[in-house]
Design a protein around this ligand. Structure first.
Ligand code: RB5
Length: 147
């Protein structure tokens, strides 16, 4: 069985969530979708909280959260102790989200027109290793802000 990934979305990112989930499954990940699949309006903080709590309680490689812009759901995810959710703009930022920030969640917006292919951004995040060293010190400082 492949590594597990949790994915969640509000009504603003149904199609994007499905594309990412299908892509991850094609790469061998076991994807747990706890987002919505209908256009009924929901509150993204509730979706973020649920995804983050399931992630923290389980054995997941990382999580992905999506809303219309990715902004609200990433802000909400980052309020949960233990979560570092990046909102990458492009492939470079997705790479750095792992290499420098060791993000455990990444967020995307279903209503955003990205210059880079979102699936390539996801791949860049997956394929990159955390560099550690001085970046570990900085990440520890970030997490210390939540104490
Ligand atoms: C929902 O309409 C929208 O506000 C939400 O998906 C997200 O874009 C918020 O940041």
């Amino acid at each position: 069985m492949g590594q597990r990934v949790i994915i969640a979305n509000d009504h603003g990112a149904i199609e994007l969530k499905q594309q990412i989930a299908t892509h991850l499954e094609s790469k061998g990940f076991e994807v747990e979708n706890i987002g919505v699949d209908t256009t009924d309006s929901v509150d993204y903080p509730d979706i973020a909280e649920k995804a983050c709590k399931i992630f923290l309680a389980g054995d997941y490689a990382f999580g992905i959260v999506c809303c219309g812009t990715g902004i609200g759901i990433s802000i909400a995810a980052n309020k949960v102790d233990g979560i570092r959710c990046a909102l990458p703009q492009n492939i470079f930022a997705a790479t750095m989200a792992k290499e420098h920030n060791n993000a455990n969640f990444i967020a995307f917006g279903g209503r955003i027109e990205y210059g880079d292919d979102v699936l390539k951004m996801v791949d860049a995040f997956i394929d990159t290793e955390f560099e550690g060293g001085r970046h570990a010190d900085r990440v520890n400082k970030i997490m210390g802000l939540q104490d």
